[in-house]
Structure formats: structure tokens, C-alpha cells
Design a protein around this ligand. Sequence first.
Ligand code: GLA
Length: 399
Amino acid sequence: MTITSRSVHDAFVGRFGGQPQLFRAPGRVNIIGGHTDYNEGFVLPTTTGLHTWVAIAPRTDRTLRVFSRLFDSLEEIDLDRIEKCADAQWYEYVKGVAAILETAGHSLRGADIVIDGDIPLGGGLSSSASLETVLAFALLDRADIEIERGELAQLCQRVETEYVGIRCGIMDQYVISRCVKNRAMMLDCRSLEFQSVEMPADARLLVVDTGVSHRLPVGEYNSRREECEEAVALLAGEIPQLGALRDLDLAQLEAKRKLLDDRHYRRCRHIVSENQRVQDACSALQRGDVQRLGELITASHVSLRDDYEISCAELDALVEIMNSCPEVYGSRLVGGGFGGCVVCLVDAPHLDRVMDRVQVEYGALLGRAPWAHAVTPSDPVGPAPTIEPLEVPESAANS
Ligand code: GLA
């Protein structure tokens, strides 16, 4: 069912009564730049037309009563006694957001909250970053606290790194907080400088879910980051200016290859080559060269599969099916890896044909038609669109 301001508003009124304020945050899809963000490198994400929604009304006490429509579950959180639980339930993200905002000195107000959304969970489209960002935005807004959007993103990243325990980079929260509608964001994850790049008119991003969710996401994700840090430590003795893999180029890597074992060498080769691909992809996008952009996207998948080793059989099969369509410029896995979605760049007039073919061909492997979404990059986190007027049937309007 489509989620709208009206449906979220009505869900809130049905559960808590009163008049809520509505907010929403998009999911993100990363065109290219896999795992480069925590290496202080470059990424080229945009937002999706999928969102996490929050309806919120302040309370007079310091309690958050939060209802998730997705999990059909109500939780109460005491802002003065936030206790972390080991099992990662959906409300741990709510607790994490509240805990990090309070620790940062932002004193929140209690609130009744309804959460809804249509971003697939564990699909590599940033459902968690979207939830964190919209919650933080709404809680701060209702407490009359204004913060800069870059700071909002950094606080939400801390929810993952300090509360949830995933040592993620800044990409997801940043693009969700600051992207420009219908544009991609070329982000330097070290300086946080960014450039908004127009999306091509003749090509469209299509996201298709493999139907398998991340396996061992936290452990595998964090271990890739550790391997990158270990490689920096191993190389830094001979390359003194090396602060992160961002500072390394392919010539230096080859020259110092003997300092690394094969695994660390391949992790580095992915990051170094991917940073270059992001910059090349940004130039291709600026020139409107969708052919080149597609080649770079597919090269990114190959590198993530072979050197970074975060793909799986289903992702590879789906990428192969997508790339066998003549109307597809390129495809890659998106997000942390080990399952979730593939993003591909499609010749816009033939989007439906590609959709149909993927539904049939990947559907035959999956045993059902896969979930798919044609991306229309949306606004960053903020107040939701105003409520649509109720549709009055013509007969009633005329009577
Ligand atoms: C997850 C993380 C991001 C980024 C991607 C991989 O989405 O949250 O910070 O590292 O994986 O590119």
C-alpha cells in the first residue's frame, strides 16, 4: 500500500489522537563508491523515492511512546533511563537516536510517535539511516532545537558506530540529510565537501532486490573496515603521508605490494580503484555519458565481488541478468553487500521492458517476482508534504 501524509496522519490519530507533525526521510541508493566512505574517499549516491515517515506530537513528560506500523509493535522509552539491549530490535534505533542526541547536549521532549516506511529492510537502501535521520530531525524540531544538516548526519552516524555497533561511514546519513532533489551527490567523505550533479534525462536507476538479506552484516562489514585500517598501518611505515586508503594511488600500491598479504592487497586495490571510478563516474555523469557511467558501475561490482569479497551468488546472478539486457548500461550490488539490492542504469525509454525481463528471469531463480523500484531521487529529510485533501466521490460532492 502506498504511504502518504494522509495515511501516516490517520494512523497516528487512530492510535494516539491529537494532531501530529509529519516528517519523512528518503532512502539512498549509491550509484558508485562501495565501501570508500569509511576510507575517507569519494562516493556518488542519490536518494530514492522510498521513505521512512514519522508522525509526532510532544508529550509533557520525558517518555517516548513509539509505534512501528511495520512491526505492529508499541514501545515506551524513558528518556532519563535509556538502556541498550543486545538484540537489535527496531526500537534500538529509536533508543540510539535519543541517547546520542541527549549525550550531545540536546535535551529532548517526550513524544508520541508513529513510524511507517516503504524502504525494504536489509536491502542496502539505507532503511536504518533513513529511520535515524527522520527521527532525529523530528525529535529536534519538536524540542525547538535547530542544528546544521551536516551535524545532523554526523550525530546519526554515531547512532550506528557508538550505539548499534556498525562502524559505518558517513555516506548514508549525509546524502539523506543534504541531497538535492533529482540530483546525485558527489561527496568527499574526508572534507565533506560535495557537488550536486544532475541525473541524466535519458537514463534511469532501477533497484532490484535479490530477496536475500545481509548475512553476518555487522561482523563482515566491520572486518572489512579493520582490514583497511590494518593495511594503512602496514603501509604507513614506508608511505609517511598515508592517513587513510584515500591517500594511496595504484602505482604506490603496486610498489609496496610486498608489505601486504594477498587479502590486504586486494582490499586496497578495490578501495584505490573504486575512488578513481567514482571520480570518473562523476565526470561521465557531468558529460551525460551514460555508456561510460554504466561501464564504471559494472567494474565496481566486479571489484566488490573479486577484491572486496562482499558479493554472493544471488547478487552475481542478478547483475548478470541485468547486464544481459541490451537496454542496461551497467549494474552493481548496492550497500554493505552479502545480499540486498542491485542498482542498474537503464536506458529510460526501455525501463518497463527491463523490469519485465528481470521479473521473469530472476523470478525463475527466486521462485517469485523480485521487488523492484525505479528511482526518482527525492528531497532530503524534512517536513512531509502537506496532507492531500480527502477525495470526495463526485456523487457526494454534488449532493
Ligand atoms: C553501508 C554503510 C555505508 C557504506 C556502505 C558501503 O550502507 O552504512 O556507510 O559504507 O555500506 O558503501
